[in-house]
Design a binder for this molecule. Sequence first.
Ligand SMILES: C=C(O[C@H]1C=CC=C(C(=O)O)[C@@H]1O)C(=O)O
Length: 393
Amino acid sequence: MPRQRVATPATTATELVNAYRPRDFLLTSASGSLLGRGVLATATGVEDLSGVLGEVATDTGQAALAVGALPFDRDAPAHLVVPETVRRGPAAASAADAAPARPPLPGTWTATPVPDPAEHTVAVKRAVALMTGPGDTTLRKVVLARCLRLTGTGEADVIAVLTNLLRADPAGFTFAADLPGRGTRPRTLVGASPELLVAKHGRSVVSHPLAGSAPRHPDPAQDRERAAALLASAKERAEHAVVVEAVAEALRPYCRRLDVPREPAPVTTATMWHLATRVTGELHDPHTPSQLLARALHPTPAVCGHPTGRAYAAIAEIEPFDRGFYTGAVGHTDAAGDGEWVVTIRCADLCGDTVDLFAGGGIMPDSDPAAELAETTAKFRTLLRALGVDQTS
Ligand SMILES: C=C(O[C@H]1C=CC=C(C(=O)O)[C@@H]1O)C(=O)O
């Protein structure tokens, strides 16, 4: 029987970041940090994972762990791995880490937006037209994204990017997940997501959906005004409510108790304000695997839209690029089904001399195309800052 090694825990999350090597899996969150290395077994669907994990022992007798990434497209293969070694550490402390010694993007880089900013506003108008008619107007919300492709003369330094992400948002979910490669070069999804798709431990289940956004302002008074305006906005609250309804609906069949707060709360990252609702519940069956809950929830209208099928079709028709693993999920689960999955937003797909950044936003019937463009520009900043790039397009 393959045996997973449980390594001596790290004393800080930064220690795990500094230990990161290409093809490892890293996730830091408020509940702890984790580094997975090597491959004992793989799976391409969450349904196979419990069986695969059941075949793996650990050297401590603890439940074996799997890690990995789920793509946006529910029908596309996932990239799930049972690592040879798992090393845990504490939650990331406050932003005390030193700046990385090396530049995140050595060499010269050029940026190409896909679509370009003007085309994105046209895309938003097309989405609004789908919701407002004439014709079938069952579509209530659709999330449209942009990609910013950076091509360079060097290769991104993943440890430097992770260090910057962790410094900027120590309370967020900072991750690096290996992806199916293009050729022999490692391909890595790196990001700092503020959004918890699902965490499950025993009977306890939590989801923390976000939707409704405003860029942060450097002046504290104006920053607070932005949060107040976000909370007061009927459009942003409606956009948020669609997500909370869908999350509650997806979790309800699995839960004997589900608490859904009536009012969203504002949450921050270093670059954005969001409306957030913490949904908590108690599962009927404590053995329900976290990966099946992730599968039941994905894609929430925070990344796709509502109704899901109509929104998928609108995205396929309007967005001019393949999302791949952006707006999927990254996370881990153990043989008991306990685990944590985060929504893969505020992320970049790094492969050799190419870095693809992604940012999207929920489009509602009353969306303003210029404001939606500005929102994606602000969201790109999380990764651009971590990459040491000032450009905003
Ligand atoms: C799709 C993204 O954000 C989602 C999560 C939070 C707020 C969102 C919004 O306000 O539109 C999006 O639903 C992204 O950052 O790429």
